[in-house]
Structure formats: structure tokens, C-alpha cells
Ligand binder design. Structure first.
Ligand code: IDP
Ligand code: MG
Length: 139
């Protein structure tokens, strides 16, 4: 089943560097509607659960430390073909390989501190959105 929603986080480096406004401008100018949004902080167990698929990877500890070190902006976004189009908008995981004009090309420093998260499937978009938001926080 294809849905029209995806889930994003503006990661701690984006908040620290004052890039919330710049990134949200790119997102809304690209045709995404904000369905839900909040400033929040992941606990260690939140981050371990969110990134459980990467638990055996060598960078897992570094990833959990990074993602929990400060607040993030969590949001649900709506657009036709949201998951795929948002992955295109954010660019490759490694900003050095991210296409010109993508969010990671413009705002990310490294493969570990790469500015934004974007869901990789409709199924994960639904799971990740529900992890952060109740029904009454979605508009
Ligand atoms: P994605 O965010 O583009 O979907 P994933 O492979 O799912 O990339 O990795 C999740 C996150 O883990 C990345 O966004 C990045 O923060 C971190 N990460 C991925 N690969 C590496 C790596 O090789 N070294 C350090 N951190 C990494
Ligand atoms: Mg991923």
C-alpha cells in the first residue's frame, strides 16, 4: 500500500546550527505539507529502538550518542509520493555524495551528522510517525 505521508527528524546538528528555519523552508517550498511537528529529545532507549535495524553496525553507539545529545524537530509530512520524493529532497546518506541543492548537500557535515532523517518506506513512515505523535497531534 502506498501512502502520501513520510516522517522526518531535523537531527541535533541541525538544531544546534540554527538550521531549523532553512530546512523547513526547503521542505515546504518543495510541496510538503506539515501534518504534525514538535521539538523533542530522544532518550537512549528511544534512539536504540528507532535505529534497531542498525544495532549490529560499527557506528551504532556513535549514532545513538549523536541522536540523543540535544533536541530534534520531529515531523510528519504529506505529499503525493511522499517517501520517495522526500528521500530525493534530502539526498544521499553521505553528504559528500548528496546531489547539489539537496538538504544534506546544503546542511550536513558528514555521513554520521547528516542533518535530517527521512523514512525509507511507507510502512516505516507510519511506524515512525506513530512513535512520536498521537492522533490528536496530527492535522
Ligand atoms: P539514511 O538516514 O540515509 O536512511 P541509514 O543507512 O539508514 O541512512 O543510516 C541511519 C543513520 O546512521 C544515518 O542517517 C547516519 O546518521 C548514520 N550512519 C549511516 N552510515 C554511517 C556510517 O558509515 N558512519 C557513521 N554514521 C552512519
Ligand atoms: Mg535509513
Amino acid at each position: 500500500m502506498t501512502t502520501n505521508k513520510t516522517f522526518t527528524m531535523l537531527k541535533p546538528d541541525s538544531v544546534e546550527k540554527g538550521n531549523i528555519g532553512g530546512i523547513l523552508e526547503k521542505i515546504t517550498a518543495s510541496g510538503f505539507r506539515i501534518v504534525a511537528m514538535k521539538l523533542t529529545q530522544l532518550t537512549k532507549s528511544d534512539a536504540e529502538a528507532f535505529y534497531a535495524v542498525h544495532s549490529e553496525r560499527p557506528f551504532f553507539g556513535e549514532l545513538v550518542t549523536y541522536m540523543t545529545r540535544g533536541p530534534i524537530v520531529a515531523a510528519i509530512l504529506e505529499k503525493d509520493n511522499a517517501v520517495e520524493d522526500f528521500r530525493t529532497l534530502i539526498g544521499a546518506t553521505n553528504p559528500a555524495e548528496a546531489a547539489e541543492g539537496t538538504i544534506r548537500n546544503m546542511f550536513a557535515d558528514s555521513i554520521s551528522e547528516n542533518a535530517v532523517h527521512g523514512s525509507d518506506s511507507d510502512e516505516n513512515a507510519a511506524i515512525e510517525g506513530a512513535f512520536h505523535f498521537s492522533g490528536r497531534e496530527m492535522f
